[in-house]
Design a protein around this ligand. Structure first.
Ligand code: ATP
Ligand code: MG
Length: 356
């Protein structure tokens, strides 16, 4: 499955897109849980990480390298900062694409303090030579700096202070095995349960000083696609609505009305998601239909349909990818309030195929 919707610039502008936009980045710092106790959900990863960090602390050692994998917006950056905080260590933040040359990495590594946490976001997008240098740095806390070119080039070994590498990736499968194997601990982040997202919404609402009812928080959580970043973003849009159209207090009705304005439906589908489903159901009788045909029908690029809309529709069990093409599941018909052709339910008062 492709979670990495960063390939399409339009993806970042969606209200339900999981990639951080400028506004997210500004508020995320304020909303980030500061320690493991504050971090909601991800029970397994939290418990395992807690053991890793406690044991390292008890030994007075630097924590083992940690790899965090999972879809955008699930809390990888947040956890990396928590790791540093729990170890009372400074943190340096960089990303795979920012490291163009092995030399950049050598300079960075040799400037680390003992025990420092190096957070390497999008670690799957590092250049090959940098990656190979990282192998040795992770294992032996040493790098070979190559000086000169051609036959006269020499490798000068450079000792590094012990450090903790925290790598984050949305695509663990893309990491070469030698790199993956050098992490002492790998935490796989799952999508959040609605009840966990309710807690995220309550917590953020209180930090943002927004009054919210339990039903209002549940409504936002249910539309957040299992992702805290989306929950926080929807909360901000609902807050705007509550301020402008009501007294600022968030009830279920206010949340519903606000998210209707932004075309985010009860299940978290947005306009594009619904357009794809609608075309599949109404124009092609639920499929199977080829991706290109479906894309033309909704007036979008093939890649947009495949990478932006489909992953969530597949995850929700609304659409399936088969060798013969895309097909809709019964849940898709139900979600859009349509009746599949030839269904015995037809004529029982529900809207028929062409009625909606
Ligand atoms: N477990 C959690 N509890 C509360 N808030 C959370 C949790 N996880 C994430 N968040 C919130 O969600 C937002 C996004 O989290 P974060 O930036 O850590 O995601 P990410 O996995 O690094 O995403 P990306 O892959 O895009 O870098 C932050 O504002 C953070 O406060
Ligand atoms: Mg991040």
């Amino acid at each position: 499955m492709n979670w990495d919707d960063t390939t399409d610039p339009a993806a970042a502008e969606r209200l339900v897109g999981s990639v951080a936009d400028g506004e997210d980045q500004a508020v995320e710092a304020a909303l980030r849980p500061k320690d493991l106790d504050e971090f909601i959900g991800q029970e397994k990863v939290r418990e395992q990480l807690d053991l890793v960090l406690r044991a390292a602390r008890a030994r007075g050692a630097t924590a083992d390298h940690v790899l965090l994998s999972g879809a955008p917006g699930l809390g990888k950056t947040t956890l990396s900062m928590i790791i540093a905080a729990e170890m009372e260590a400074p943190i340096r933040i960089t990303s795979g694409p920012a490291i163009q040359h092995a030399g950049d990495l050598a300079a960075l590594l040799s400037s680390l303090q003992e025990g420092e946490v190096l957070f390497l976001d999008e670690i799957h997008r590092m250049s090959r030579p940098a990656e190979e240098m990282l192998y040795m740095a992770m294992e032996d806390f040493r790098v070979d700096v190559i000086v000169g070119k051609g036959p006269g080039a020499t490798a000068i070994p450079l000792e590094l202070p012990p450090f903790t590498l925290v790598g984050a990736t949305t695509r663990a499968g893309l990491l070469p095995p030698p790199l993956r194997d050098r992490f002492g601990f790998t935490g796989h982040m799952e999508f959040y349960e609605p009840t966990e997202l309710e807690r995220v919404v309550h917590r953020s609402a209180s930090l943002l000083d927004v009054g919210i009812e339990a039903d209002g928080a549940a409504e936002i959580a249910g539309r957040s696609r299992g992702t805290p970043r989306i929950a926080n973003r929807l909360l901000r849009r609902v807050r705007d609505y509550a301020q402008v159209k009501a007294d600022g207090w968030v009830t279920r009705e206010i949340a519903e009305a606000a998210l209707a304005v932004y075309e985010v439906d009860a299940r978290g589908l947005d306009r594009l998601d619904r357009a794809v489903l609608k075309a599949l159901l109404k124009l092609f009788g639920g499929g199977p239909v080829g991706l290109s045909t479906l894309a033309v029908a909704v007036g979008e690029e093939r890649e947009t349909v495949e990478e932006v809309a489909e992953p969530f529709l597949v995850r929700e069990g609304l659409l399936a990818r088969t060798p013969r093409g895309r097909i809709a599941t019964p849940a898709a018909w139900e979600h859009l309030g349509l009746v599949p052709p030839g269904s015995r339910a037809a004529g029982n008062g529900q809207r028929d195929l062409f009625g909606a």
